[in-house]
Design a binder for this molecule. Structure first.
Ligand code: ZN
Length: 483
């Protein structure tokens, strides 16, 4: 008889509705939802005790086990996904990042090998960091044979992985052809490069210069450029980690004009401001160095409004855990501090506390922005992102009254410093079920190395077919010369 588990006595909260119901899972799948379901013999019973039962969180933006200057980030695919499970996140979308000139397929195979140790389900966005005919072909292989349906483009990081307009235009057009979604890290890499050099030349080398080297306009320019490129090519576009009001305005403008633009926001950008870079302890200031940087406080209100209004769709973390020694590479020059902060463990609690407890989000909207939208945008729905019969049994039992103070001392992540250190939150996961098994229960982490499965994500069809028809209509070749 298949392994079964039942969650009894909870309120099932989906993006569309909440209903008092038990949830029966068998062999990793949700089999029944309803009041007073009978538990089959031998079934494991989880007593929700009146708490909420929500779809497991999906973090659309993580960097586990990221190779970096001869070392790797502190959280590998096992510890990173285990940290996620302890915080109610049951799936991640991570990034394959080929070096310039490295074949995309080779990088994809490397990452696939590293990710086999994952404790939670995972999928990949693949970065396009350079261009030639082989990249064009590999994109096709990745979409058609390997379940990748999104490609990432870094508009920053000049002289490294930066995609210039030539790469962006070629890759966006290829993605449209394949039914894959282009995504961008939107910052103008040339401006960042020159501003960094200018500041360092003036002897301004501390982490407090990091936000000065990447002001909001640097991000807004790239956001707008990516959106305009997508407009001309006729493809949809997903902007990762939108951090400020001006970038959000570019998204709102385009959406208002009927363009299909999606926006992601990080739990950190919603709750942390740029004063962290002026912390007297270099180690703490450097621990917050990530890009785009944390912004002046007023941007947080704009980002929350963007989430509420539906102009931003997903919440993520950009989880990228560096330890103190790794951050110290930039001791003499802020531009050399490895960019990245952790967060996967605390995303759900931070977004709940700052979003739901403040009245900005309803519990259903919380589910939408932490799970459902991610599953729909990246074509995992309804396998993920919903509590529905036939969906994966990825569930989180949520106690809206439980409280804790976040601290690195008790975190699962191996990061050196938690950017949410000292934050008091109310609303916590008490049980996480992944693929029908209890992975976390009341502080007891039972993550299993290798239990995570690779999520093959099919290409998009109907939406893209329509967009392709539109693109063909507007293509220059379709214009008839009037004599
Ligand atoms: Zn990232």
């Amino acid at each position: 008889m298949p392994a079964s588990l039942i969650i009894k006595g909870g309120t099932v909260v989906n993006a569309d509705a909440s209903v008092r119901a038990d949830v029966l899972c068998e062999s990793g799948t949700i089999r029944a939802i309803g009041p007073d379901l009978a538990a089959p013999a031998g079934c494991e019973v989880v007593d929700a005790g009146g708490a909420l039962v929500m779809p497991g969180g999906i973090d659309t933006h993580t960097h586990m086990e990221l190779p970096f200057m001869g070392t790797v980030t502190m959280d590998d695919f096992f510890t990173g996904t285990a940290a996620g499970l302890s915080g109610g996140t049951t799936s991640i979308l991570d990034f394959v990042i080929p070096n310039p000139k490295q074949p995309l397929m080779e990088a994809f195979q490397n990452w696939s090998g590293w990710a086999e140790k994952s404790a939670a389900d995972y999928g990949f966005h693949v970065a396009v960091t350079w261009w030639d005919e082989s990249v064009h072909e590999d994109m096709g292989l990745l979409v058609n044979d390997h379940g990748v349906n999104s490609f990432k483009h870094f508009m920053a990081y000049k002289n490294a992985i930066m995609a210039d307009d030539e790469v962006l235009v070629n890759s966006f057009a290829r993605a449209l052809e394949l039914g894959a979604l282009p995504t961008v890290h939107a910052e103008n890499g040339e401006l960042v490069f020159q501003l960094q050099n200018k500041l360092v030349a003036m002897g301004l080398t501390g982490p407090e210069q990091h936000p000065a080297s990447r002001p909001p306009a640097v991000e807004a320019e790239a956001t707008n450029r990516a959106i305009r490129l997508a407009e001309v090519i006729g493809c949809p576009i997903y902007i990762v980690h939108v951090s400020n009001a001006e970038s959000l305005q570019a998204i709102m403008r385009a959406r208002g004009a009927g363009q299909r633009v999606f926006g992601e926001v990080l739990a950190g950008h919603l709750t942390i401001d740029d004063s962290v870079y002026r912390h007297p302890d270099w180690r703490i200031a450097a621990a917050h160095v990530m890009s785009p940087p944390f912004r002046e406080r007023h941007h947080q209100d704009a980002l929350w409004a963007g989430l509420q209004a539906g102009h931003l769709h997903t919440t993520a973390t950009d989880h990228c855990a560096f330890c103190d020694e790794q951050k110290a590479m930039g001791a003499d020059n802020f531009a050399k501090i490895p960019n990245g902060c952790a967060g996967i463990e605390d995303r759900m609690a931070v977004v709940w506390d700052a979003g739901v407890n403040s009245g900005r989000l309803t519990p259903n909207e919380f589910v939408r922005v932490t799970s459902t939208n991610a599953a729909q945008i990246f074509n995992l729905y309804p396998r993920k992102g919903a509590i529905a019969v036939g969906s994966d049994a990825d569930l989180v039992v949520w106690d809206a009254s439980a409280r804790k103070t976040i601290t690195t001392a008790t975190s699962v992540s191996k990061v050196g410093y938690n950017v949410f250190e000292g934050r008091k939150v109310q609303g916590l996961p008490v049980v996480t079920v992944a693929a029908g098994k209890v992975a976390f229960s009341h502080g007891d982490l039972r993550a299993v190395r290798g239990a995570g499965r690779y999520l093959k994500r099919p290409p998009f069809s109907p939406m893209f077919d329509a967009l392709k028809r539109q693109a063909a209509l507007h293509a220059p070749s379709a214009v008839t010369r009037v004599r």
